[in-house]
Every structure is written in structure tokens, then in C-alpha cells.
Design a protein around this ligand. Structure first.
Ligand SMILES: NC(=O)c1ccc[n+]([C@@H]2O[C@H](COP(=O)([O-])OP(=O)(O)OC[C@H]3O[C@@H](n4cnc5c(N)ncnc54)[C@H](O)[C@@H]3O)[C@@H](O)[C@H]2O)c1
Ligand SMILES: N[C@@H](CCC=O)C(=O)O
Length: 544
């Protein structure tokens, strides 16, 4: 095989399309939205490159109009999971022996296809199936998807070029082996980019995956599978298994060749998977790698020196974009009493004016939440706040699921810094505010640090540098992604590697080389150029 040393240049993040009135991009995307709305599809399993139909089916609907079916999908069970594992292991030998430049070429071709040929297709599927506005779809399904593919190719090239020191009379090499076995990728509904990254990050390092996608993200996720194939991904490298998590996860985690879990989703699901791994430990060939990014109770801490308009803007965008269904969404805010009147005026006025509705109307800032279970959780917490003497709903609070799962962006003010909505992740458009006395800034930082088991993202707003620095220090372990004078959402691949610790996950930083390292089991190879011919050391007497 012809080998050469390659190193990619640092990529540039994908530009966002504007979709402004009258532009060609807008017309093309609207046509694609109509096409997908009017033509429901069938989604099979894909095992070893072959479509499999089990006859056990479910439907994919539009969150903003839940009677409208976009797709019928087939469900996998334990038998199909075992077949997918066999297919992945069969594909593995050839895939890991392909030089890494060939593997990254496939990823880069997928990025080109998504950037040009399939941008509208993947955006429309994400908008209709996952309920994203045009802007939120563009930053996820176009830009972040493409960035993961391009940046991971670059990070892979950096990793592979790292080699140990030479030894003089020997040659030292590091062989970056993929894990021995298959990786189980379990992906959430809320980011098409995360679904892509949880499979392609292990794959670019030579691994094979068995993929359990979220049932509410199947439309976009299925199209990703088709695009990988067109990009040249060999059959069996990624195997697609829609269906119930417990059946698929149970069969995969019980398999001897289970080598790693790449998970993003809720804390409770990850804890359950981790426990199963513990119970199955003796079965495995190797200790599996467990990488899981989970929930958040993300904060905005405001100092009295902050600008009220900057704060209100960050709260509205940070809490309500994509209906607050980002693990990074601002869901609790600490605001000093002196600044509260100005922040409140803006925050309440802007929250009340947010337009909500169909994703095909590009003027809507927010859309529906993902499904009925989420709607019910959110509406019951809103009702609880309405009845609680220590809380007051100061904006929003309405909900209606008659046509779509609509929950108005809602702001709760509470006098109890441990009120349930200050502590629990709701994963929806609900922001809770606690107003503190200006003199209690340092005490409030400690309160913020100790309030929630999560530690994903957080922000401080302060024009006083000492106040910002104090927050940065006191909240060192309260967030894996910490923002100064910015909202806590919107990490960009390559710029803000993403992930949190404590109850928020293993902090393996998606969008960086740190994540790719988890999918490797390096082998060190030393070659002695002139082996000794006797066991005695040279300084010892006698013939050597
Ligand atoms: N930290 C991050 O980077 C990050 C990013 C996105 C989402 N999230 C978190 O994800 C959650 C929302 O996503 P979700 O509702 O899709 O989460 P979820 O935990 O309900 O589901 C995640 C995935 O796990 C699967 N699953 C559920 N039970 C399973 C089981 N027993 N075995 C195997 N798979 C199983 C689901 O079908 C889905 O594919 C929130 O908590 C959010 O904060 C975190
Ligand atoms: N990386 C995204 C959040 C992903 C979780 O849902 C952000 O930074 O907003």
C-alpha cells in the first residue's frame, strides 16, 4: 500500500446561510420542507448495509402537528442487535486496516455532500422531525454536522502524527489501534450533529458502531445513514437500529465484544447503562470505554456591574432557543436586586412577544417541544409553580397540546433558591430567576455551585473584572463550559470543546482530540536494531 504522511490544515467553521426573505436558499428550503411533509417515507434498520424490515413499526410525527406522520419506522429487538454486532465485527478488519487518510476522506466527502448537495434535505428533516426553527436547524444540522466531520479529520491527523521519542539503537512506534470490538452509540433527539458525531468520531479512528438513534430524531438520522453510504462508508461500519432502547441496549451490553459506549442523553439513562456494564463486566474481552454526556441545570450568574440588556438578551436566547431543549440551556439565573427591575422589564416583554408555531413559518422564534411526555412534564411543573407560595410565574405559563406540543416560554421567579425548578433539569422553555442582595455576590456564587448535581454549562455577566474572575474561580467545577458575558449555549466545534462533569457526564469534550483519544487503544512497538547476544551486562567479568 502506498503510504505518505498527511496533515490537514486547521479547518474553518462552516458559514451559516441566512435564509432571509427573497433569497434562493429560502425558496429551496421551503420547497424541501413541502416535499418531506407531503411524502411520508419508510425507515428500515440498516445492518451490514442491508435494509431490514421487522414489521414491528412505529411512526415519526411533527411535534408542531402531531397527527401529521412523516415516516413509519421498523423497530429492532435483541435478534437484530446481535445481527448488527456480527455485521460490524465482520466489517471491522478491513475498515481498521484502511489507512486513516482513506477513512478521513470518506468523512470529508460526507461533509461536502452535507454542505452542498444535501443541506436543505438534512435541515428540513431536522426542522420537521425534531421541531427546530430554520436558524436552529442551520446551526445544528448544517454547520455543526459539517464541522464535526471536518474537525475530527484534522484532529485525527494530529493524533496519528504523534509518535514516541527515538531510542538510538531502536525504533519506537505508536500504533493507534481502534478498540477491540464494537462501539455502541446511543444518541439523543435534540441534535442531529450529536447523532452524527457519536458514530463518526469512533469510526474515523477505525472503530465500527452499532447505533441506537432516538425515535423522535429518526427522519434526519436515517438520511445521515444514506449520506454516509453515498460518501463511500463501507457496509457494516455503522449499523442503524431504531427501536426500544432497553431491548437494543440490553443485547449490546451483554455481548463479549462490547468495547465502548458513546452516549448522549439523560443522566438516568446513562446511569442505567453504566450499571448494566458493571453487571456484565466479566463477560467482556477488555474494560469498555464509557463516554457519556448527560443533563444540565445551566446557570447565568449576574453581577451588579453587568449590562441589563446584555443579560436579558442572553437569558431569552439561552433559555428559549429550540424551546430550551439544549443540554446547555439557561434554566436558572441569579440576579442582583439593584439590576432586577431593568432586567425584568426586558425579559418579561421579550418573552411575551416571542412568536411560536409551525417550523415552516421562518418568523417563528420558537416551535413545539418534542413529544407528549416532555409536554406533560413541563406543564405539570408550570402548574406546580403556579400553586407554590414561594414562586410566581412572571411571563408565559400557557400550554396547549391539541394540535402540537406547545409550551409558551415561561419565566418563574422564586424566593427559594432550592425551589424544584432551580434544581431539576426540565429540558424545556422554563427559566427560573432568584434575586439576591447585591452584597451577597460571593455567597450567591457558593449557592449556585452547591445547588444542582449537574455541572455542564454556566455563564457570568459582569463588567467588573474582579467579579468575573471570582466567579470563574468559585465556579471552577460547576460547569465544563463556562462563559463570560455570553449565553451558556452555542458551543462551536473546534472553538469551545463541549462537555461537563459531576452529574453531567464524563467530560470527554466532543469536538476535540480528547474525545477521539477515547476510541483508541494504542500499542507501543519497539524494534531493537542490534539485539544483545548474552545475558551478562558488559561491565561484568568473563566472555560476552
Ligand atoms: N451533555 C450533552 O452534551 C448533551 C447533549 C444533548 C442532550 N443531552 C441530554 O439529553 C437529554 C435529552 O435527550 P433524550 O430525551 O433523547 O435523552 P434520553 O436519555 O431519554 O435518550 C437518549 C437515548 O437513549 C436511549 N435510551 C433510553 N433508554 C435506554 C436504555 N435503557 N438502553 C439503551 N438506550 C436507551 C433513547 O432511546 C435515546 O436514543 C437531556 O437530559 C439533555 O440534557 C446532553
Ligand atoms: N453543544 C450545544 C448543546 C448540545 C446539547 O444539547 C450547545 O453548546 O449549545
Amino acid at each position: 500500500m502506498n503510504q505518505a504522511v498527511f496533515r490537514f490544515d486547521v479547518p474553518v467553521n462552516e458559514n451559516l446561510f441566512s435564509y432571509g426573505p427573497g433569497c434562493a436558499e429560502r425558496t429551496a428550503l421551503q420547497a424541501e420542507l413541502r416535499r418531506q411533509s407531503e411524502n411520508p417515507i419508510e425507515i428500515p434498520l440498516i445492518i451490514g448495509g442491508k435494509e431490514v424490515r421487522t414489521g414491528r413499526t412505529g411512526t415519526v410525527v411533527m411535534p408542531h402537528d402531531h397527527r401529521h406522520v412523516l415516516a413509519t419506522y421498523h423497530k429492532a429487538g435483541p435478534d437484530e442487535t446481535r445481527a448488527a454486532i456480527e455485521a460490524s465485527l465482520k466489517a471491522k478488519a478491513a475498515w481498521m486496516d484502511l489507512s486513516w487518510i482513506e477513512r478521513t476522506s470518506i468523512m470529508l466527502r460526507a461533509a461536502e455532500l452535507l454542505s452542498k448537495k444535501y443541506r436543505y434535505l438534512i435541515n428540513a428533516a431536522t426542522m420537521l422531525g425534531q421541531g427546530k426553527s430554520v436558524y436552529q436547524a442551520e446551526i445544528d444540522a448544517a454547520a455543526e454536522v459539517i464541522d464535526y466531520l471536518r474537525f475530527n479529520a484534522y484532529f485525527a491527523s494530529c493524533i496519528y502524527s504523534g509518535q514516541p521519542l527515538p531510542g538510538g539503537d531502536c525504533i519506537n512506534r505508536m500504533e493507534y489501534r481502534p478498540l477491540e470490538g464494537f462501539v455502541l452509540a446511543v444518541t439523543p433527539f435534540n441534535f442531529t450533529a450529536i447523532a452524527l458525531n457519536l458514530n463518526t468520531a469512533p469510526a474515523v479512528m477505525g472503530n465500527v458502531t452499532v447505533w441506537k438513534p432516538a425515535s423522535t430524531a429518526l427522519l434526519s438520522n436515517y438520511y445521515l445513514m444514506k449520506i454516509y453510504k453515498e460518501a463511500g462508508l463501507p457496509d457494516g461500519v455503522i449499523n442503524f437500529l431504531p427501536g426500544p432502547g432497553s431491548a437494543i441496549g440490553g443485547a449490546a451490553l451483554a455481548h463479549r465484544d462490547f468495547a465502548g459506549l458513546h452516549f448522549t442523553g439523560s443522566n438516568s439513562t446513562f446511569n442505567g447503562l453504566w450499571r448494566s456494564v458493571g453487571e456484565n463486566l466479566e463477560r467482556y474481552r477488555s474494560y469498555p470505554r464509557l463516554v457519556g454526556e448527560t443533563g444540565g441545570k445551566d446557570f447565568v450568574m449576574v453581577h451588579a456591574s453587568a449590562d441589563a440588556d446584555e443579560v436579558a438578551t442572553a437569558l431569552v436566547r439561552g433559555a428559549f432557543e429550540y424551546q430550551g431543549q439544549k443540554c446547555s440551556a439557561a434554566s436558572r439565573a441569579y440576579i442582583p436586586r439593584s439590576l432586577w427591575p431593568q432586567v425584568k422589564e426586558r425579559l418579561v416583554a421579550w418573552t411575551e412577544e416571542l412568536s411560536m408555531g409551525d417550523v415552516a413559518d421562518f418568523d417563528n422564534f420558537v416551535n413545539a417541544v418534542i413529544d407528549e411526555a416532555s409536554f406533560d412534564t413541563l406543564s405539570s411543573h408550570i402548574d406546580r409553580a403556579r400553586l407554590a407560595p414561594e414562586a410566581e410565574i412572571i411571563a408565559g405559563g400557557q400550554y396547549d397540546k391539541s394540535r402540537g406540543y406547545f409550551v409558551r416560554p415561561t419565566v418563574i421567579r422564586t424566593d427559594d433558591p432550592h425551589f424544584v425548578t432551580m434544581e431539576e433539569e426540565l429540558f424545556g422553555p422554563v427559566l427560573t430567576v432568584y434575586v439576591y442582595e447585591d452584597g451577597d455576590y460571593e455567597k450567591t456564587l457558593e449557592l449556585c455551585d452547591g445547588t444542582s448535581p449537574y455541572a455542564l454549562t454556566g455563564a457570568v455577566f459582569a463588567h467588573d473584572r474582579y467579579a468575573a474572575q471570582l466567579a470563574c474561580r468559585k465556579l471552577r467545577y460547576a460547569a465544563g463550559n463556562f462563559y463570560i458575558n455570553d449565553k451558556p449555549t452555542g458551543a462551536v466545534v473546534g472553538q469551545q470543546p463541549f462537555g461537563g462533569s459531576r452529574g453531567s457526564g464524563t467530560n470527554d469534550k466532543a469536538g476535540s482530540a480528547l474525545n477521539l483519544m477515547r476510541w483508541l487503544s494504542p500499542r507501543t512497538i519497539k524494534e531493537n536494531l542490534l539485539p544483545p547476544t548474552h545475558y551478562r551486562y558488559p561491565f561484568m567479568d568473563g566472555d560476552i
